[in-house]
Design a protein around this ligand. Structure first.
Ligand code: BT5
Length: 312
């Protein structure tokens, strides 16, 4: 209806005709949009005009022209939560559908891997947890983090023109600074996945970071000098995750690996991998078709790394 902000007024009658509903229904919808935070001017005999988009997420905006079958089709929006991961686990246990997304404007205890914290200030980022019920074996779950990383990198590139880099396994960087992180959690038995929760934190319109993050974190606003649409970015990510997951389920990781490699800079470089078993130094040779990182030590031995923090 209002695909972009402009100076034009659109009459209630015209909108009603185009949508095939009553003017009463249009009046009600305008009211709902205002409650969602949109500024809509209404002038007699001229019609309606969109003055400003809200800084808040709204379900109607998130669902408008969303081109997916499952991901993002059910959205639960919260103003402030401790962590969207916690809510997503509860909803998944209650039977939430594949593709349900839990989003919050703010997280008071956002979490990273291994009980680290994730800074999630109000109205600035995309803090969301997506419930997936993929039809794969639990052993095939780890590459899904990489699938999501590719989807986020592609979406950032499409929205802003910036080409981000992926740092294995779960970081998206611009330059040397982290712009997004992924936290994958899995509820499974020996040979069946009950559900996966994919937590994604993306710094979109963050203007300033807390002191301890200033040297390691950045946002799309800082990198482009412009405010970016959180809604458009969320939609792009859902569309790309759905598409890439489908490819992964049908054809395995090999086709996604090619895309993944196009966003990775450290292949062939000396890196340090801190794992729970110890720290390894060597040349990053790449990843396997199962998403496992291969590190070549100075004696030529290749060590498979399943989970680690990487220093480049
Ligand atoms: C991650 O962990 O990068 C996963 C982050 C996942 C966050 C999402 S938000 C929605 C969902 N709900 C949650 O509660 N979590 C998920 P890790 O690789 O462990 O990185 C954590 C480290 O990144 C911290 O120790 C900080 O050094 C740094 N960090 C914290 N907040 C950051 C931010 N906003 N931007 C960039 N770096 C940050």
């Amino acid at each position: 209806m209002f695909s972009s902000m402009g100076n034009e007024y659109i009459s209630g009658q015209q909108i009603a005709q185009e949508l095939g509903c009553s003017r009463q229904a249009i009046w009600k919808a305008m009211d709902e949009l205002r409650q969602d935070g949109f500024e809509i001017e209404a002038i007699r005999r001229k019609g309606y005009r969109l003055i400003g988009n809200s800084d808040q997420f709204s379900k109607s905006e998130l669902l408008y022209q969303l081109n997916t079958s499952h991901i993002g089709q059910v959205i639960e929006l919260y103003e402030s939560v401790s962590s969207t991961q916690i809510i997503a686990h509860e909803k998944a246990k209650d039977g939430a559908k594949h593709g349900t997304v839990i989003m919050a404007e703010e997280q008071t205890s956002g979490r990273g891997r291994m009980t680290r914290q994730w800074s999630s200030p109000k109205n600035t980022g995309i803090w969301m947890s997506t419930i997936l019920r993929p039809t794969i074996h639990p052993q095939e779950a780890p590459p899904i983090t990489l699938v999501v990383a590719v989807a986020i990198a592609q979406s950032i590139e499409e929205l802003t023109g910036i080409i981000p880099t992926i740092k294995w396994p779960n970081d998206i960087l611009v330059g040397s600074k982290k712009i997004a992180g992924i936290l994958t959690e899995l509820q499974s038995e020996m040979d069946v996945i009950h559900y996966m929760i994919i937590g994604t934190g993306i710094n979109v319109n963050t203007e300033e970071f807390p002191e301890e993050l200033k040297s390691i974190a950045s946002s799309l606003l800082i990198e482009t000098g412009e405010k970016q649409s959180r809604v458009k970015l969320a939609q792009l990510i859902w569309e790309k995750v759905e598409k890439l997951l489908d490819i992964y389920e049908k054809h395995g990781f090999a086709p996604i690996k090619l895309l993944w490699e196009s966003y990775v800079q450290s292949i062939g470089q000396e890196i340090q991998a801190r794992t729970l078993q110890g720290t390894y130094q060597g040349i990053m040779r790449g990843i396997t078709d199962k998403g496992v990182l291969e590190l070549e030590l100075s004696n030529g031995r290749i060590v498979p790394i399943y989970s680690a923090d990487i220093e480049i």
